[in-house]
Ligand binder design. Sequence first.
Ligand SMILES: [Zn+2]
Length: 272
Amino acid sequence: MPELPEVEFAARALRRWLEGRRVASAQAPPSRIFRGSEREAFLRRLPGTRLTWVERRGKILLLGFTENVGVLSHLGMTGKWIRVPKGAPPPSHVRASLELDDGEKVVYRDPRLFGRLAVHPADALLDLPEVRALGPDPLVDGIDPEALHARLARSGRPVKVAIMDQGVIAGIGNIQATEALFRAGLHPARPASSLTLAEARRLVDAIRASIEDTLVAQGDGDSIVYVEEDRSQDPFRIYGRAGTPCPRCGTPLEKLELGGRTSVFCPRCQPL
Ligand SMILES: [Zn+2]
């Protein structure tokens, strides 16, 4: 499932493919990635525009086009933006596509349809309630350890559940939370309020390092493989590896259920 690094990959790719190019036409069969009249707005507003900027906040992509046309894209569980060269067959499960003036297409593929596309004025995208509700983005804003420590001190939840709350930190999901807590040596079930300031600092550094390592592993090509699609390319240290030896100390990794999600941890490196 896409988290901050996968969405950042999409943002960088969309900038490369679309920035300054003219949208010749837009297509989208009816599907539930659009709500209400969003599909008609997508089909009517996009043709003739050019992409001028792409921003990412947490897991939300924001695309600004000329004529004050803006698109919000949430990749859900299986969404991906894909470049289709002129004349090449499109992939399956395409829910929306933008044809550029040279015949190349940029398409949104989403087999499971948990993603979302919405059209808004470009100058209103960053002020949308769902964007404003996000906590600091680790790459865009940086996370202030003292502010995070103060926020966690008021939370009765396990630290892993707290840091996956998009209002606490934007963009962290199960993978990055699992990896960051391992790097920081923190047990995922620790009450968030029990973290010391020093531990919060370690956690902030670990989140940043985990995201950056994931971005480096993804490279800067045109396509990305989600971990659910092919585990052989997965760059993660402990995510999904319960029962295998800890990469640091060799103790078998264990798992527990937290907030409905499986959490892998090392009982030795991450004592409770
Ligand atoms: Zn260990």
